[in-house]
Design a binder for this molecule. Structure first.
Ligand code: F6R
Length: 622
């Protein structure tokens, strides 16, 4: 997600201690998060000065070059990962708010009620320059300031009326020594210096300057000057028990949040990643996919769906097939994007093509999108990267909002892709009338439980980590599953191949007896993904039989099963538990132990987990 920096210090004496330079240094330390634009605001000489540019930090530095005059005591800065509105100069943060641009605000997160707020503020005469949800927050704080006359109180009132997830930082021309921030469901930490204080979306923003930090709790507002830090909650009560701690990481470790690799960090971000994908999609009981600007009549006329994607994204597509066919009764094919174009596929104006791509730049997927559109099909992109080529060349886009993924091996984007596919399936079912509103609401209710369940799986990762360390010399691992457990098996095998360089195969469990069972010999490790015994009894019992089959031939069975499923116990050498959910939604849980297994095993082998050999994050050649 976006990077945020705030700084309050003494009136600058040396050029390098100017707030603008301190803020730029902070942004540089947050570059690892990935971003598509950057900006900074300072209060200088009674006015707010904002400089912001699309692209890399170098563009922002170039725009500021030659400006040696600006001093001041405070700055806020931001690296943006586009959500609402493409990655342009105008959409970059900070955003000016108020009738005279008297305030500047940076924002991380998604403001769910921004459309309503924007309409209200526009009616009040506030002018909007960008397409972002964040600009509404800037005007809102400015409007509250008109009546409150105090920036902390203005921020408190504004934050209390926002819905969604946010970290907000604001500076105002009438408070030249103060930065005020607020947070809900989005990170914010204060760095305590000597005669200067910092704010950051994570400690990497300031760890070079101070190791003393203060945790800001949920629904709190913090007011920071050079010498003082004060916290209140959204009700206005003073907070006196904020947790102070000493950061034990150096700058490199801080970027990885203390995890040994970006992949490990991204695996552990998955609860909030999925929550962010789902955030703000239900309005008045109906699913709203803002970006879905294809006419509903076109969606109603669709007679076939083709999902095109590569690698991990194709495994997410394979999960989508089960959901879409079940909920929408539309025949759905999943095709590797590089195969699609070359087999002369049957695509008509009634075909809906769903292109899944984390990067939005995968050439094979892009070529499939172009081919589909040439045949008259409508294309929906499911993508993580705003402004990338695939969504730009598609008819509509559904974004993951999981934040940048840095490790080459995809993890949090995979879960985001699956969650987005569920949203698409439910949206199509809503538009086409395949499901009643109460059925959609019940499914969404269960889906919204998933982030908490993901956290439970992550919290019990020690067992899988130990297993991975014990198995670091394995030379071959097999993965079996049925239904959505099948793509999960494929994904488990892909992860192990790509980062641990171990021969691994994922199979549909029913296919076993048609050939692959010949691979099983004494001691062969086999992961089996077991579906819930509730509701799909025959599916469950078939998989239990598959465990017996491989075990009878000497396999070491590593079984991923729902809590309370005791039927697997007699045949499992190791049982890894996941919380109970619907059979379809289990794809968001059962893959996590497999991700952890690969990551831990590769780490134990001393491999470069984040940059495996021969692989690139974005494959921009065919
Ligand atoms: C595997 C992995 C790749 C990508 C594939 C498609 O961990 O990351 O298999 O999923 O190259 O990339 P995107 O989603 O960017 O189109």
């Amino acid at each position: 997600m976006c990077g945020i920096v705030g700084y309050a210090g003494p009136q600058a004496k040396a050029p390098s201690s100017r707030p603008v330079d301190v803020a730029l240094q902070g942004l540089a330390r947050l570059e690892y998060r990935g971003y598509d634009s950057a900006g900074v605001a300072v209060i200088d000489d009674g006015s707010v000065r904002v400089t912001k540019r699309a692209g890399k930090l170098a563009n922002l530095r170039a725009a500021l070059e030659g400006d040696t005059e600006t001093t001041g005591r405070v700055a806020i800065a931001h690296t943006r990962w586009a959500t609402h509105g493409g990655p342009t100069d105008t959409n970059a943060h900070p955003h000016l708010g108020g009738r005279e641009g008297e305030i500047a605000v940076v924002h991380n997160g998604i403001i769910e009620n921004f459309a309503h707020l924007r309409a209200e503020l526009e009616a009040d005469g506030y002018l909007f320059a960008s397409e972002t949800d964040s600009e509404a927050a800037a005007h809102l704080v400015a409007r509250e300031m008109e009546t409150a006359g105090d920036l902390t109180e203005a921020m408190r009132r504004a934050a209390a009326s926002l819905e969604g997830a946010f970290t907000l930082l604001a500076v105002h021309r009438d408070a030249p020594d103060t930065v005020v921030a607020a947070r809900r469901n989005s990170p914010l930490v204060v760095g305590l210096g000597e005669g200067e204080n910092f704010l950051g979306s994570d400690v990497a923003a300031f760890v070079d300057s101070t190791k003393e930090a203060l945790e800001i709790g949920q629904d709190q507002v913090v007011t920071v000057t050079a010498d003082d830090v004060r916290i209140i909650d959204f009700e206005g009560h003073e907070v006196t028990d904020a947790k102070r701690y000493t950061i034990e990481w150096d700058a490199a470790a801080a970027q990885k949040g203390g995890y040994p690799s970006f992949m490990a960090k991204e695996i552990h971000e998955q609860a909030s990643a999925v929550a962010d994908t789902l955030l703000g999609r239900l309005e008045d009981g109906a699913l709203q996919l803002d970006e879905m600007d294809i006419d509903p009549s076109v969606l109603r006329s669709v007679d076939k769906i083709v999902v095109v994607a590569c690698g991990t994204a194709a495994n997410a597509g394979a999960v989508a097939k089960y959901a879409i066919e079940h909920w929408c009764r539309i025949p759905t094919e999943v095709e590797l994007a590089h195969e699609f174009r070359y087999r002369d596929p049957v695509v008509t104006e009634k075909t809906l093509v769903v292109a899944i791509s984390q990067s939005g730049e995968t050439m094979d997927t892009l070529m499939a999108v172009r081919h589909a559109r040439e045949q008259g099909a409508k294309v929906i992109a499911i993508c993580n990267t705003r402004g990338s080529t695939i969504p730009r060349e598609s008819d509509a886009a559904l974004y993951l909002h999981v934040g940048p993924e840095i490790a080459v091996a995809s993890t949090k984007a995979y879960l985001g892709q699956i969650a987005a596919c569920y949203l698409l399936g439910l949206f199509l079912a809503q538009v086409r009338g395949n499901l009643y509103p109460d059925e959609i609401a019940a499914l969404m209710g269960d889906l919204e439980q998933i982030p908490e369940q993901i956290q439970q799986v992550l919290d019990s990762s020690a067992q899988v980590e130990k297993l991975a360390q014990d198995m670091k010399d394995a030379t071959s691992v097999l993965f079996l599953g049925r239904h959505v457990g099948y793509p999960t098996a494929m994904e488990g095998a892909l992860k192990l191949k790509e980062i641990a360089y171990i021969h691994a195969e994922g199979f549909a469990a029913g296919e076993l007896k048609h050939g692959p069972i010949a691979l099983v010999e004494e001691g062969q490790p086999v992961f089996v993904i077991v579906p819930s015994p509730n509701g799909r009894h025959s599916l469950h019992s078939k998989v239990v039989s598959n465990i017996q089959e491989v075990r009878a031939r000497g396999a070491r069975t590593l079984v991923i099963a729902e809590e309370g499923d005791d039927a697997v116990l007699p045949y499992a050498d190791e049982v890894i538990r996941v919380p109970a959910t619907r059979t379809l939604f289990a794809a968001l849980l059962t893959v996590i132990p497999l991700q952890i297994f690969s990551c831990e095993l590769a780490t134990a082998k001393g491999l470069d987990v984040d940059q495996p050999r021969n692989l690139a994050k974005s494959v921009t050649v065919e």
